[in-house]
Design a protein around this ligand. Structure first.
Ligand code: NI
Length: 177
């Protein structure tokens, strides 16, 4: 397993729409190794999610996991989830604003509106079809990561930039929020 280098904002790979993974190649050694590396990289940098383009692979692969996370001490755990070629749609119009950060936009947080509940269709790492709904923080992370597959960063989803905050100021002024 390898820790991969994370693409930072400004790298064009983060702005390209990604290619779907051919379903037949999901179980290939190359893709399985890539998924393992993506998981290891997410854990190494205390991310709650990571998408292919963030490690310079323009592929529709996303991993999500929340254990005890020092970057997000207040959020509930999410078991390790691998989504390949995800299709995400809102289940209703309800939206909620909350803080987000991104390993590709280091040291910055901002409040982003997201749908509270989404339906997700995707393949898992065995190639099986998944179809489930998610809400609250899990739904937020799914929307953030699937945006990466379209070349969208969380900053693009902020209607106003007035909450854009460096981490030191976040801790100083907003940490108890
Ligand atoms: Ni991100």
């Amino acid at each position: 397993m390898a820790i991969l280098k994370i693409a930072q904002m400004g790298n064009p790979v983060l702005r390209h729409p990604t290619d779907p993974v051919p379903v037949k190649s999901i179980t290939s050694a190359v893709l399985q190794n890539f998924i393992d590396d993506l998981i290891a990289t997410m854990r190494e940098y205390n991310g709650v999610g990571l998408a292919g383009p963030q490690v310079h692979e323009s592929l529709q692969v996303v991993v999500i996991e929340v254990q005890e996370n020092p970057r997000y001490p207040q959020v509930p755990p999410i078991p390790l989830t691998v989504l390949i070629n995800p299709v995400v749609e809102p289940l209703n119009d309800e939206m909620e604003e909350d803080w987000e950060g991104c390993l590709s936009v280091p040291d910055i947080r901002g409040k982003v509106p997201r749908y509270r509940e989404v339906r997700v269709r995707a393949h898992d790492r065995e190639g099986k079809q998944l179809d489930f709904s998610a809400k609250d923080f899990f739904a937020r992370v799914i929307q953030h990561e699937s945006d990466h597959l379209q070349g969208i960063l969380f900053l693009d989803r902020m209607p106003k930039l007035d909450t854009l905050t460096y981490m030191a100021e976040y801790q100083r002024y907003w940490g108890a929020d």
